[in-house]
Design a protein around this ligand. Sequence first.
Ligand code: UDP
Length: 332
Amino acid sequence: MTSPQRRGTSPQRRILVTGGAGYIGSTTSLLLLDSGYDVVVVDNLSRGRRENVDPARLRVVDMLDTEQLACVMKEKPCDAVIHFGAYIAVGESMKIPEVYFRNNLAGSLSLLAAMLETGIRNIVFSSTAAVYGMPACVPIVETEPYAPLSVYGESKVMVEKLLDWFDQIHGMRSICLRYFNACGADPQGRTGEDHDPETHLIPLLFRAIQTGKPMTIFGDDYDTPDGTCIRDYIHVTDLAQAHIAAVESLFAGGPSRRFNVGTGQGFSVKEVLQTVEEVTGKKVPYTMGPRRDGDAPLLVADSTRLREDLGWRPEYSDLHTIVKTAWAWANR
Ligand code: UDP
């Protein structure tokens, strides 16, 4: 790994983090700081939380405001951008596609324009397993074709394609990280998952424990061993480390790449529920409901490329550690 030292006069490399007030963005920002990088966060706070960012590092700017973005980049010259700023709810994207395309696609284009203007040519992009839809082959390799089933997934595909063209035409190098199921909380308790509205499995299992109101399992008639969907759960700290490895590969002169970020191991909804009961020592009240539209039965990453090419290894992604850190965060 390269060190965060810059070649210029400034002692540190600086990273601009868009969406740095959100769950994954704020965790990655903290790890960048822990690793010796300087960080400036751009967030419009429409979904992110102000308290997730050191006020001295935060610039409240909307991604669509190219001029303001370029101002921040001039005020705080950066060596790379890590771009998290996006809306993430699959269901919502199918109700208000115009908002998702504006925020995720037009927002990214605006960011790229500001980067071109200010000479930043390195970007790590927050992509998703949703670019694959219902893949024919699992574990999923990065060569699996694009087949998104939602506007959210499509908006990420479109940005990946934009980035291909910007590399060809402008020499802007990009690493797209296709996340599987991000979960867990910073082991030091500094950041964690807190979406509003919450749609993710582990926080909803906790909520059921805390409120006594049953959560719903979306279907137990899938072609999986216990009938519930299987996902690849990746701890947010391991995900954040993948971003640092990605940005360092760009600093080392590496080419544009696309990587899956998952453990390669799948767990069913019932297995996650059982682990939550073991870790918390409490029963989860639940009911069995119908399938949720658009849910694939089985999504597991083949992360060989990330492991071999960037030397990445998950350290916190065993399910007990995930649930333990998330439970500590939920009870903070
Ligand atoms: N899930 C569920 N009940 C819920 C929320 C999620 O059964 O209230 C299931 C969902 O069908 C999927 C898994 O839990 O199989 C993970 O869903 P989540 O929304 O956390 O992430 P996704 O896989 O959709 O990105």
